[in-house]
Design a protein around this ligand. Structure first.
Ligand code: ATP
Ligand code: MG
Length: 335
């Protein structure tokens, strides 16, 4: 039986943090042997907000190296850079022309990020979900492992698929509808400085997140300074204590314990006892990833060869879908 296909990506907008890892990449790694996987560094998405052209290429390579360091295995998975496969931009344009404007204006991420940009909102930010639909649909992906914040974009992708197939499929399925794959725990890791906001690469405060490459002393400082509450006894799931729920969840996932075991261990604890425990756990959990990352990033030749192979494999599949889509839309393809 052929394996189902998985597609996902992270944008090189900054350093990977625990939210990206626990919400998305951990999910990619755990499931990878069951699926035929494509993981891209979505650099075209990174320019939907103001970016630094001097660091974009290096940031892109760093993220690819972190995929490998986190355990993406090339035996099961293909790693590539989105902008290396031009079919992504081309399919996004074709899908733009069948996507109603008001679908995009309703997207939560657009509304939140547009507010942050003030007067400087580019069309690309509004169009982000159509490019994301193109990323997924080019590979006929069955499953898209993402954090909770991306669920709405996958639902939009499904709506675009239905609309396209209905208008242009002539009874055939030209584009395939994907399903989100979202973990129960870690799907929405919250900011260290505000337990009601998700942890994000683009948060201006570095204290709001733990980056996968943060050295031990910085992890210690961030956890020492993170927001807590004055209540003794740490419990999951109290809506009045979002920071408590978030920090316990981080401890649970990085220590590899069950939720019940953590709830029992921390039921009587105060923050003074919990914070050093979380610090130690985070440092130990990230150490092997950091060691592996440094090995890979110091071997640029290897990294580039991985991305070259990835580009070739990805483009072969993507170009077939693009051709099929253009045929369905009625383009002249014979010359
Ligand atoms: P940005 O702030 O630039 O949007 P980001 O931190 O949201 O960056 P993305 O590159 O947009 O990261 O998302 C990559 C993947 O990480 C997606 O699958 C997304 O759902 C997931 N993700 C992002 N933030 C979190 C979070 N706080 N908790 C769980 N998953 C997350
Ligand atoms: Mg994001």
């Amino acid at each position: 039986m052929t394996k189902q296909r998985v597609l996902s990506g992270v944008q090189p907008t900054g350093n990977l943090h625990l939210g990206n890892y626990l919400g998305a990449i951990r999910n990619w790694v755990e499931g990878q042997s069951q699926y035929d996987n494509f993981f891209c560094v979505v650099d075209l998405h990174a320019i939907t907000v103001p970016h630094n052209p001097k660091t974009l290429a290096a940031d892109t390579l760093n993220i690819a190296a972190l995929y490998l360091a986190c355990g993406i295995d090339l035996e099961h998975s293909t790693i590539f850079v989105q902008s290396h496969v031009s079919a992504h931009s081309e399919l996004a344009w074709l899908l733009n022309c069948i996507t109603p404007l008001n679908w995009l204006q309703d997207m939560i991420q657009f509304k939140e990020k547009a507010v942050k940009q003030g007067q400087n909102v580019g069309v690309g930010l509004l169009d982000y979900p159509v490019l994301m639909a193109a990323d997924i649909l080019l590979y006929n992906a069955d499953k898209v492992p993402v954090g909770e914040d991306q669920k709405q974009h996958i639902e939009l992708t499904r709506d675009i698929v239905d609309r396209f197939n209905h208008q242009f499929g002539q009874g055939q399925v030209v584009l395939k509808s994907p399903d989100p794959l979202i973990l129960a725990a870690g799907a929405r890791v919250m900011s260290l400085t505000d337990g009601t906001k998700k942890m994000s690469k683009s948060d201006p405060s570095d204290l709001s997140r733990i980056n996968l490459l943060d050295p031990p002393d910085l992890i210690q400082t961030k956890i020492k300074k993170c927001k807590t509450d004055p209540v003794k006894g740490l419990i999951f799931g109290d809506p009045a204590r979002p920071e408590c729920n978030n920090l316990l969840t981080l401890y649970q996932l990085m220590s590899g314990q069950t939720k019940e075991a953590v709830a029992a261990e921390c039921a009587e604890m105060g923050w003074g006892q919990f914070k050093p425990l979380l610090t130690e756990t985070a440092i130990a959990h990230l150490k092997p990833i950091q060691d592996k990352y440094h090995e890979i990033i110091n071997d640029q030749g290897y990294l580039e060869s991985v991305l070259r192979d990835g580009k070739e494999k990805a483009a072969a599949i993507a170009n077939q879908t693009l051709l099929k889509t253009k045929q369905a839309l009625g383009f002249s393809l014979s010359l």
